[in-house]
Design a protein around this ligand. Structure first.
Ligand SMILES: [Zn+2]
Ligand SMILES: [Zn+2]
Length: 276
């Protein structure tokens, strides 16, 4: 009798645990998506953001950098850019942030990260002035929201929510049609929220034995090899045709995440916010 009820209880506990596990997986999948991260040997670490943006964008890049640096696990610093903003060529071990009139190709902002295994080797952010120069998007709310989100993707963060029309979560990683919250009197989505910082702590809880991060002096040969390989292919990511296959679609039916397979375990993921 005792044995039976004991076993019964065990089964119940195991079942409950599996349910909790399943819910945890679903919750994680909505945000961290693949646990891709920069390889580094120390925490907190510093990621350099190359400034290839126009005057109008500088305050928004500075705010995004300051906001994300509130994280206990990472710091970002804005440094001189190393590419022309039109090409927005990626630099190993850091992120290049670019603004330009990229044309009427549909996208407001994109972030691309190069992956070797599970490690990010470089990243780019592009904001499209073809749309940001129009009255619809030329607002502090839209500029702050898109810059914050695209920079967030370069750490390996995913969107918290991909519905433009539900209530703001108070995070720039949440799609919104009312980024500063003034139209519907709701939370502002111009900055990260606690859930974003918690997610970063989860993704970066471990340390790596080598580094893909340029600022990590203790990076070893393995990290350098991953960087060298990641430098082989240059892509013109201004064009959606170069982004590869759609791997996720947002609530409104439009694509939100692309994967371009470069072979040898290397991929480029591109996150997109479409303009209306
Ligand atoms: Zn790692
Ligand atoms: Zn995004």
């Amino acid at each position: 009798m005792f044995r039976f009820s004991h076993l019964n209880r065990l089964v119940t506990v195991v079942t409950l645990l599996s349910l909790v596990g399943a819910f945890t997986l679903v919750a994680d999948a909505s945000h961290s998506w693949g646990s891709y991260h920069w390889a580094r040997t120390v925490n907190p670490f510093t990621l350099k953001l190359g400034d290839n943006v126009s005057f109008a964008w500088d305050p928004f890049l500075a705010t995004a950098s300051g906001d994300w640096t509130q994280s206990s696990i990472l710091n970002t610093t804005v440094v001189s850019g190393s590419t022309d903003s039109r090409r927005c060529r990626a630099t190993n071990g850091r992120v290049e942030v670019c603004s330009n009139r990229y044309g009427n190709n549909g996208w407001l902002g994109i972030a691309s990260i190069w992956i070797s295994g599970s490690h990010i080797t470089k990243g780019t952010v592009r904001v499209n002035d073809t749309y940001f120069n129009t009255s619809r998007y030329n607002t502090p709310g839209w500029r702050g929201f898109v810059m914050c989100q695209e920079v967030g993707h370069t750490f390996g963060l995913d969107h918290q929510d991909e519905d433009f029309y539900n209530s703001n979560l108070g995070s720039c990683m949440d799609y919104s049609g009312d980024p500063d919250g003034t139209i519907n009197g709701q939370l502002s989505n111009e900055h990260p929220n606690n859930h974003d910082y918690e997610q970063l702590e989860t993704i970066y809880a471990h340390l790596d034995s080598s580094a893909t991060l340029l600022s990590d002096r203790r990076g070893t040969a393995a990290g350098a090899l991953a960087l060298a390989r990641a430098n082989l292919e240059e892509l013109d990511l201004n064009s959606p045709r170069e982004w590869g296959r759609v791997i996720r679609t947002a609530r409104d039916g439009r694509s939100s995440l692309y994967e371009r397979d470069l072979g040898r375990g290397e991929k480029v993921f591109t996150f997109v916010i479409w303009a209306d």
